[in-house]
Design a protein around this ligand. Sequence first.
Ligand code: AMP
Length: 513
Amino acid sequence: MLGIDLGTTRSVVAFVNAKGEPETIRNREGEFTTPSVVLFEEDCVSVGKEALKAVATVPEKVARFAKREMGKDEYPIKFGDQCYSPELIQAAILERLRLDAEARLGCTLRKAVISVPAYFDEPKRRATIDAGLLAGLKVEAIINEPTAAALAFGLESKPYGSGVDPIGGQPCTVLVYDLGGGTFDVSVVALDGTQFVVKATDGNARLGGMDWDKCLATWLDDQFAASHACRPSTTLVGQSMLMRESEEIKHALSARNQCKVRIAFDGFQLRTEITRTKFEELSAHLLDRTRFTVRHLLKGNAIAWDAIDRIILVGGSTRMPQVRELLQRESGKEPEFTVSADEAVAHGAAIYAASLNEVESEDEKKTQIRVTDVNAHDLGVLGYDRETKRRCNHVMIKRNTSLPASNVSRFETIRENQRSVAVEVVEGGDKRGKSSARIGKCLIDDLPANLPLGTPVDVLFRYESDGLITVKASLPAAGRQANLTIDRAVPGSGDKFNKMKDIYAALGLQEDD
Ligand code: AMP
């Protein structure tokens, strides 16, 4: 089974080899990571390095950062006349990863564990499962990225760093700070042998390295405009040049204190210099957002820095010295790159995938990996406050509850002979539910006739271990389950999925079963 880190900017695939160790599978170019980029040309669809190169010349044909759009109906750019859903773009990437892995390992691979940001809400998780299904993969489980990194940290000490077991067999509590290309997560995880218990998690599904690139791109654009009478940001080609150059400058500034800038656009050239201090000044508000999230997580869950034994850095953006310095200042401890910033999540996903195999002997059961995660968002229902008569979000399962978790909410009929009750389920968001993700409307219908006013209807909400949600309703007075329809399909079914499947098949990417 594959472990897949489907990243915003690049993706990694791993498996557990015959020696029981996680191993990254190189792609067809022989590289460990594949750019999460898709090029839509008239007659073919390419993924990876070739698609990334095309950003310079035909940016209007290239889809990038689709992970950030997950949960939305459409990717914001049209290709030709065609709109694609973000999961369809993710599917093209996943299929390319699967085909490359099959070619490397010489066998058919149809099962995977895919990692997602801990802060992904339920619709984004479902969209990821749909993307896997479109790509011909059975998604056996979804694992949170920082949890996967903690698995790699706890179980895979030797390939990295000094070769010393990082936790010396002792229980320890780690804070995983995971800043990737497009998302940020922070989790506190207690490790004890093969037991991994996530204590709390927080994050931002729209904060990552690309936001640091955007800060630099705006600065470059302003510098260009100050020297010449034009702004590269006014064209698509100019924008992609600015983002490309910005990422390179950012990487250079991780290694050096200053960096020369030479960019050309529309026959004009800009030559200047930028220091790391200036870059940090331009992006200070972004780093601050991660600081706020870390503080909020620790304070909200009454965790003191003293209770954290190790700080683990994961994700390419943690290579920026400002990240290490921030965590040092906050905690008084030295953060560490004990695991590979690029591979840890895929390795953790592969370890988790291998752990899903049935074990038979008692010895194996004792050492079986156990992961307990938490939900990153409150789960609630929309209702009305009896006193204020204003719309409000009744939280049913609070964020950072150990999963699986369930809660029963009692609703009452508000009329004589009421035949149905509608409940809107939401995740996260504010007290009024305005910024909440709509999980679905469930309709409890076909209630028996002549029920008195105030008849209780119990609705059971359950967060599964992987953050997916199930809802059941019952009618205790009538001693039966209530008929419940939730207006969304299970992953891999429904009109939207079937439509995507047809569009995807027409792209010519899909292999026959
Ligand atoms: P990931 O999603 O973990 O692959 O992280 C990708 C992000 O890491 C991208 O925004 C990269 O620009 C960023 N990144 C990779 N290497 C470096 C580096 N040396 N310095 C700063 N950012 C980096």
